[in-house]
Design a binder for this molecule. Structure first.
Ligand SMILES: [Zn+2]
Ligand SMILES: [Zn+2]
Length: 177
């Protein structure tokens, strides 16, 4: 998702309209790669503004995360706005942009919008993802997904290997009789 902004920088144009939908497989966030369940919809613009180049855009997409209780995959719809200056690595001084949001990019000619979007996921990801408010989660004993299967913890007690040692002795005695 590379946007060439060279002619905006050269002041040949006043703004770049962003209005597109792009299919992307994954997006990185916090050292993890998330699959996307929908294309990324971008609507907004990049303008020149006193201090530099400024992006203001609305982002819509669905990512695939895991339910924090049962670990099943869940589609998480995200809809958020990004606003801030686009700044190049070497020109970036935190003081100058202190009161503004700034997105640091490597290449100011070809801006990687996907990178800016992932820099914004931080504030826009839900803290806790659930497949359902009433998700029953996994049994801590047997690991059964309690939404669709029964707990197998009681079966284990009947299992020879897990039999209580005292009963094992009793069983041994009965066998010898
Ligand atoms: Zn769940
Ligand atoms: Zn269980």
């Amino acid at each position: 998702m590379i946007i060439n902004i060279e002619n905006l920088r050269r002041k040949e144009i006043d703004k770049i309209d962003l209005n597109f939908c792009e299919e992307i497989d994954t997006i990185s966030y916090c050292d993890e790669k998330y699959k996307l369940a929908s294309p990324i919809e971008v609507e907004g613009k990049i303008t020149r503004n006193g201090k530099g180049l400024y992006i203001n855009a609305n982002i819509k997409m669905s990512i695939v995360d895991r339910c924090s209780r049962c670990l099943d995959e869940v589609e998480v719809p995200l809809d958020f706005n990004i606003q801030g200056f686009i700044v190049q690595d070497k020109n970036y001084s935190e003081d100058e942009y202190e009161e503004f949001d700034a997105f640091v990019v490597e290449d100011l000619e070809n801006v990687d919008l996907l990178n800016i979007i992932s820099q914004n996921l931080d504030f826009n990801m839900p803290h806790k993802v659930l497949c359902d408010e009433d998700c029953k989660g996994l049994c801590h004993g047997c690991g059964a997904n309690l939404n669709r299967e029964d707990c197998r913890c009681s079966e284990k007690i009947n299992d020879e290997d897990n039999i209580d040692p005292r009963f094992a002795k009793l069983k041994e005695l009965l066998k010898n009789e």
